[in-house]
Design a protein around this ligand. Structure first.
Ligand code: PGA
Length: 241
């Protein structure tokens, strides 16, 4: 694994934004796997800046987001659909039809998940997957459990994740209890993976990801088996290495 440690979140934003845009410069019709949360905000901001400076063109890019809440209107400000539009898509020239999300409001979620995998395959697979990591080692909504879930699926959110995410909602009771998420196999099929972690509360999960046993109790640990993983960490997230 390529482990890069930075002094500030700003530096990570620039490095990660450059990394993602570098992929698009190398292949104009790249397929990007994207993530939500506070971690990717600065990278997305830098991608927008590079676009505004005319350094990168997203007109042929396709994106697949990792996950989405179930039973939350996509127009709700807390949907990942809204997050991505507000923080990236509304500011770059990616065609709306090239943007893909799992539909957490689909009547038949299992069929929706299977169709999402087919859409990724039809697009040629994900060239680079951007990931955050949960304090409990989750990637996307693949929560700690006793087995790895391979493909996109429905998941009941862990109490700790509901707690972590409640900061964005008016009250914890409004946080959806279920989500649809790419599986570990969907993520591991990406050709390259870029994982970013900021802050001390991620340090334990990062240590386990790099040095620990590969176990579904820490879903991110499976990334040890991927051949092209780059980690961008601040000093706090790297403090246990
Ligand atoms: P965060 O979430 O970026 O808001 O810390 C990351 C994650 O839970 O995957």
């Amino acid at each position: 694994m390529n482990v890069l440690i930075y002094d500030t979140e700003e530096q990570i934003g620039i490095a990660a934004g450059n990394y993602m845009c570098g992929q698009v410069l190398a292949k104009s019709n790249s397929v990007l796997g994207l993530a939500t949360g506070s971690t990717p905000l600065k990278p997305y901001n830098h991608m927008i800046q590079l676009y505004q400076q005319g350094a990168v063109d997203f007109s042929q890019v396709t994106t697949f987001n990792l996950d989405e809440y179930c039973k939350l209107d996509v127009k709700d400000e807390n949907s990942y659909h809204s997050f991505m539009h507000k923080n990236l898509f509304d500011h770059i020239n990616i065609p709306e039809e090239n943007i893909h999300f799992l539909n957490g409001n689909a009547e038949d979620l299992e069929t929706e998940c299977a169709a999402y995998e087919e859409r990724i395959k039809a697009a040629g697979g994900i060239d680079i997957q951007l990931l955050g990591i949960g304090s409990n080692g989750h990637i996307a909504f693949n929560e700690p459990s006793d087995s790895f879930q391979r493909w996109s699926h429905v998941v009941a959110l862990k109490e700790s994740t509901i707690q972590d995410n409640s900061r964005f909602f008016k009250s914890i009771n409004e946080v959806p209890t279920h989500a649809v998420t790419m599986g570990i196999g969907s993520i591991m099929q990406a050709k390259r993976i870029l994982i970013i972690a900021l802050g001390e509360n991620k340090a334990k999960a990062i240590k386990q990801l790099i040095d620990g046993h590969v176990t579904p109790a820490c879903p991110a640990s499976v990334l040890q088996f991927h051949t092209d993983v780059t980690l961008m960490l601040d000093k706090a997230a790297a403090s246990l290495l």
